[in-house]
Design a binder for this molecule. Structure first.
Ligand SMILES: Cc1ncc(COP(=O)(O)O)c(C=O)c1O
Length: 444
């Protein structure tokens, strides 16, 4: 009987999808084309409904499936889901401050190399742990860290690198890893904008000691809100799980009393009675950053579509590049890092000096035509209000290119929601504006 009712519900959910989302027609100029957005079918709604009807709701069977499928996709041993990319970043940094890493733990005052042309929650966990971000400039080809400048910024206090693959473009992992090996630095890859990007044929997120992912609706796949930490290091995985699960000594699956690992080895260090319940032994200053099983169910379906999503992003990037190629004199575009195969997050346009119009004119024109744009995340983090008002301590180089990007770059979307009619419209609008402004006729 239950199965029969369930199937009835699923049929209705599919019908509802068709009614509400199925017949959304694109009207050029009227329908908004956001720079980022989710793509989903009725199967996502059905799977989430399945999780609702399970009556479990906290992290459960779908989370376990999502974690193992993601680990397989990335080619890593451990994936730990969490409720956002920002939480993944907080967990990764918190893990490296753990007393269970002995001499290798990060301590207040230690420096962490990163870039300023990124997102605040890559940096904020460093600030919260009283670590010092060292902001290195980017180059204007890849819009990733300038590795020559990076080498000059290493000091005796430098203990880690925490770096995003900017807009999906893998940073120079050869050089960054070389530097990490030379100076014994931890490496955290922020892959929140780069799921599916490859470097030397391997998925990003499989190189660092830890890596982080976001499944917020804007990203390559979505769980609504959500994130994950990946690592090949069993000890780091145990520490991340502990920070995520209230600081527990042992890892337990939700609702189960069976230990899933050997623990962090700190159980005897407290002053608890010997018979104390293992689930209530806390060895880290933890949080609760888990996601729900409804979110994980969504992730399971989205992950199954990831390969197609990646192909779409790459293809759109290529075609947009072709469209604007004749205007290369006025713009620079993001070039794939050497040896990489990016799963682009967006199509970045940077106005070169001498360009006869401003970024504001360009962006306003696109907005007027209902095409969404975004800046390169926080632009230059050191110039954000909170960095000023909280007098956050940091070190930086001249950040010359970062400042250039702050004033001259923006991006448009390449997400799977941009289908052929939307692409054609976007190309027309771009051409229209550029033709008008530059009086150049595109060569067909
Ligand atoms: C590079 C980067 N890191 C981290 C995050 C944070 O992810 P979330 O929005 O899931 O917290 C973002 C957000 O989009 C991001 O772009």
């Amino acid at each position: 009987m239950q199965e029969k009712i369930k199937n009835l519900i699923y049929t209705l959910v599919r019908e509802y999808y068709k009614e509400k989302f199925g017949s959304q027609k694109f009207v050029p100029g009227e329908t908004h084309i956001p720079a980022s957005g989710k793509s989903f079918g009725d199967e996502e709604l059905v799977k989430m409904t399945e999780a609702v009807l399970d009556g479990w709701w906290t992290e459960g069977r779908f989370a376990a499936e999502f974690e193992s499928s993601l680990a397989k996709f990335l080619g890593v041993k451990n994936c730990i889901t969490t409720n956002s990319g920002s939480s993944a970043n907080l967990l990764a940094v918190s893990a490296l401050t753990s007393v269970h890493l002995g001499k290798r733990r990060l301590n207040p005052g230690d420096e962490v190399i990163t870039i300023a042309a990124g997102f605040p929650t890559t940096i904020n966990p460093l600030i919260l742990h009283r670590l010092v971000p060292v902001f290195v400039d980017i180059d204007l080809h890849t819009f990733n860290i300038d590795v020559d400048k990076m080498k000059k910024m290493v000091s005796k206090k430098t203990k880690a690198v925490f770096m995003p693959h900017n807009l999906g473009n893998p940073f120079n992992l050869d050089e960054v890893r070389k530097l990490c090996r030379k100076h014994k630095l931890w490496l955290i890859e922020d892959c929140c904008d780069a799921l599916g990007s490859k470097y030397r044929g391997r998925q990003v997120g499989s190189f660092g000691d830890l890596s982080t992912f976001s499944f917020y609706a804007a990203h390559h796949i979505t769980t609504g809100e959500g994130g994950a930490v990946a690592t090949n290091n069993a000890k780091l995985a145990a520490i991340v799980r502990s920070f995520r699960d209230w600081g527990r000594e042992y890892w337990f699956r939700t609702g189960e009393d069976k230990k899933q690992d050997k623990g962090l080895g700190a159980a005897k260090r407290g002053k608890l009675p010997a018979d104390y319940e293992a689930k209530f032994i806390f060895s880290e200053i933890g949080y609760n950053l888990r996601l729900t099983d409804m979110q994980a169910a969504l992730g399971v379906v989205q992950l199954g579509k990831l390969k197609g999503f990646i192909e779409h992003r790459k293809d759109l990037y290529k075609r947009l590049r072709k469209e604007v190629a004749p205007f290369g004199k006025f713009f620079s575009f993001q070039e794939a890092e050497k040896n990489s195969d990016p799963s682009w997050f967006g199509f970045l346009i940077t106005l070169k000096s001498g360009c006869p119009f401003t970024r504001k004119e360009f962006v306003d024109y696109l907005h007027g035509k209902n095409i969404g744009t975004r800046m390169l995340l926080a632009g230059n983090l050191t110039k954000q209000p909170y960095m000023q008002t909280y007098k956050v301590p940091f070190r930086k180089d001249d950040l010359k290119n970062t400042d250039y990007v702050l004033k001259n770059s923006f991006w448009i979307g390449v997400h799977p929601g941009i289908d052929q009619p939307r692409f054609v419209y976007m190309s027309q609008v771009l051409r229209e504006f550029l033709d008008k402004k530059l009086e150049i006729k595109m060569k067909k």
